[in-house]
Design a protein around this ligand. Structure first.
Ligand SMILES: Nc1nc2c(ncn2[C@@H]2O[C@H](COP(=O)(O)OP(=O)(O)OP(=O)(O)O)[C@@H](O)[C@H]2O)c(=O)[nH]1
Ligand SMILES: [Mg+2]
Length: 701
């Protein structure tokens, strides 16, 4: 394939497309690219042929799971579109894509309005502070209601959202769009699939509404610009070009959020959107400056999207596919790169050669000779470079700000399905982490299990599908064991005496130990309360060590004992036979005897769960939490959603995300963090003790 065209920085726009799951992002991007000829085939999500949805897992599940890029070209300007998954399990990809964009299209379904996922992505764009616009999608669907969705957007997330387009008809009668800047109606050419339309006058029944919205649009834009405002108030004309320029400035300042509409499935409204993206999303040099660090120096530099600046490219995604190898996606924030160039990675401290420099177009890569400042590219087979590294010039090294990936908080245990896979498992899991920083794995020596962690149950299931497909390792997933603890509820004391008389040297250690409960979370404290030297000071640490060794073995079911204080207050020794070892054994014996009398109990980890759910599902969500021994801490109303905080034992949370999804049709999500430990109820304790006994017998058998 011939090398792709080179686009100077002024002719580049980087746009992230975000939205709730299933709002129509992938379909829209396919339509945008097909309509402008940068993609030759009209793809479909349902048929698994959409331009930016190509991994087996995505096609199999029918949803996007990865950030994927494609570009459209509009009047010589390259618009790179970053498709992102709406499903919150894969939200790390949306955050990474947002990091390298200069503008965002937030897609909102015309029949659904603002949803949980819409709010989430809005937060990401806010954090990055990029210009944003809305695209109300699926206007062709039954019950599509543009005015209602615009109202919803204003109420829920962006009071300064502002229609820039007005649909003509809705549902099966959707047939065109009024461009509120030009005041012209665009009537779709039905039957075409490349977004074509005929310009016409605004239909009579919409003239009043269009005039009203047009006035509001110009008024709002003028109110952000003194010069325009003055002219507007004096009754002067504001041209479309002036309004667009002022809108662009207002969007950069986060003051206005224009709303467009269409139906990606039919490519209706895609040309209008693309034109707007070129006009109002800043080119890289117009975007906010990047702050970078000089490695090893306490010094920051400001970088502009210009070729003349020092080279700074951020790796925002690493992907690996069989037969392709590892691909590194990057954005050049400053400087330019030529094919074959050597670059310096100051994070890994190594040189990398960028061969086959390319731009991504869905799963294809198109080679380019040079990438200018602001452009997004992809290269294969870098040696050391990972996601979040910066590529720069060795004589002017800089490090760009890293992407802030969310911490994984859902865990599962895995084991190899066959003996032969046991060796491959950890290497495979590590590779998955390289591709997805929101996925991690480790061996937990306490639980004696390999634990995988991610952002949701589907996320973990999909990672295991990838493990099988790409690295040929099959695993069985299971409930992670619960890291129970034990503690005491009463003060008790006991003597531990170790005395052995063998041939020559004997062994002698004798100590009296008192143990006392401590508040939750206090751990373990040891005090030496010996008076009169009945045990010499040098043996006291051995008593402590003996207690610690015994507490690690538990009292009731073999779990570590926590939250108590021990003091050694009396004892005796022998001038010849006493030793560290003898006092260690004595300490351990004293603890075991005292602990049995100290009313021991089992503690379980308690998780603080925060569920955000549309109000309609509150009853079901609460009922389910009660069922899981949950204690409700509080509820906060946020628009049409409620946030419930509850304490739930970890042992009751297995597959919670899946249940929550089915209870709320995927419209609620939850976060969790460890809150601490609490006593388990007696009937649960009984089961834990029996289970421990059984396991011990199995080991001994
Ligand atoms: N009627 C109608 N259906 C649409 C339109 N756009 C998308 N769809 C359908 O809606 C479903 C979801 O579309 P996608 O494009 O996959 O949505 P998405 O936002 O990319 O979804 P995720 O990436 O999984 O978050 C698909 O079955 C599409 O065919 C539209 O304009 N009209
Ligand atoms: Mg998608």
């Amino acid at each position: 394939m011939a090398a792709a065209k080179e686009y100077p920085s002024t002719d580049i726009r980087n746009v992230v497309v975000l939205g709730h799951g299933g709002s129509g992002k992938t379909t829209l991007i396919d339509g945008l690219c097909f309509s402008t000829g940068t993609s030759r085939r009209r793809g479909s999500v349902k048929e698994g042929t959409a331009l930016t949805m190509h991994t087996d897992e995505e096609i199999g599940h029918g949803i996007s799971m990865q950030a994927s890029l494609a570009y459209a070209e509009w009047e010589g300007t390259k618009v790179t579109l970053l498709d992102t998954p709406g499903y919150l399990d894969f939200t790390g990809e949306a955050i990474a894509a947002t990091r390298v964009a200069d503008g965002a299209v937030v897609v909102v379904g015309a029949t659904t309005g603002v949803e949980v996922g819409t709010e989430k992505v809005w937060e990401y764009t806010q954090a990055r502070g990029i210009p944003r616009l809305f695209f109300v999608s699926m206007m062709d669907k039954e019950h599509a209601n543009y005015a209602k969705v615009v109202e919803d957007i204003k109420q829920e997330i962006a009071p300064r959202a502002l229609p820039a387009a007005l649909p003509i008809g809705a549902g099966e009668h959707f047939r065109g769009i009024v461009n509120l800047f030009t005041g012209k109606a665009h009537i779709f050419r039905k039957g075409t699939i490349n977004g074509e339309y005929d310009e016409a006058d605004i239909p009579a029944e919409l003239q009043d509404e269009a005039a009203q919205l047009r006035m509001e649009l110009f008024e709002s834009i003028a109110s952000t610009n003194d010069e325009l405002l003055e002219r507007y108030l004096e009754g002067g004309e504001i041209s479309t070009g002036e309004a667009l320029a002022a809108l662009k400035t207002a969007m950069l300042a986060g003051e206005l959020f224009p709303v467009f509409c269409g139906a990606g499935e039919h490519t209706w409204g895609v040309r209008e959107l693309l034109e707007a993206l070129v006009q109002i999303v800043p080119a890289p040099a117009e975007a906010a400056h990047e702050i970078a660090q000089r490695p090893g120096l306490d010094q920051v530099v400001e970088l502009k999207g210009e070729d003349s600046g020092p080279l700074a490219a951020l790796i925002f995604k690493t992907a690996s596919e069989p037969h392709v190898g590892e691909l590194s996606y990057f954005r050049v924030f400053s400087g330019s790169i030529v094919n074959g160039q050597d670059v310096w990675n100051p994070v890994q401290e190594g040189v990398e050669k960028l061969t086959h420099l390319s731009i991504p177009q869905g799963k294809e890569r198109i080679e380019v000779d040079r990438l200018h400042a602001g452009d997004i590219g992809v290269v294969a087979k870098l040696k050391k470079t990972r996601t979040n590294d910066t590529l720069s010039a060795q004589d002017r090294p800089v490090v760009l700000q890293a992407i802030n990936f969310p911490e994984p908080d859902i865990a599962l245990a895995v084991r190899a399905a066959t003996r032969s896979d046991e060796d491959k498992i950890s290497a495979g899991l590590a590779k998955l982490h390289d591709e997805d920083p929101t996925f991690e794995s480790y061996y937990d020596p306490e639980l004696k299990q390999t634990i995988i962690r991610g952002l949701g149950e589907l996320h973990l299931d999909v990672e295991m599908e990838r493990l099988k497909r790409k690295y040929h390792v099959e695993v069985i997933t299971e409930d992670p064991r619960i890291p129970y603890r034990e503690t005491i509820r009463r003060t008790a004391e006991a003597q531990g005496k170790h005395k052995k008389q063998t041939g020559g040297h004997g062994q002698f250690g004798d100590c009296h130990v008192r143990i006392k409960p401590l508040p939750r979370g206090e751990g373990y404290k040891f005090t030496n309360a010996i008076t009169g030297g009945v045990i010499p000071g040098k043996f006291i640490p051995s008593v402590d060590k003996g207690i610690q060794e015994a507490m690690g073995r538990g009292i009731l079911a073999g779990y570590p004992v926590v939250d108590f204080a021990a003091e050694c207050f009396f004892g005796s020794y022998h001038s010849v036979d006493s030793s560290d070892m003898a006092f260690q054994i004595a300490g351990s014996l004293a603890f075991q005897k005292a602990a049995e009398k100290a009313d021991p109990v089992i503690l379980e980890p308690i998780i603080e769960v925060e569920v955000t759910t549309p109000d309609g599902y509150m009853g079901d969500v609460m009922g389910d939490l009660n069922h899981r021994r949950g204690k409700i801490l509080g509820m906060d109303q946020e628009g049409a959603r409620t946030r419930v905080r509850a304490l739930v034992p970890q042992s009751e949370l297995y597959k919670y995300a899946t249940t929550l999804r089915s209870l709320t049709q995927g419209r609620a999500f939850h976060k969790r963090k460890l809150a601490g430990y609490e006593e388990v109820p007696a009937h649960v304790a009984q089961k834990i003790i029996e289970q421990a006994k059984k396991e011990k017998e199995e080991v001994n058998a």
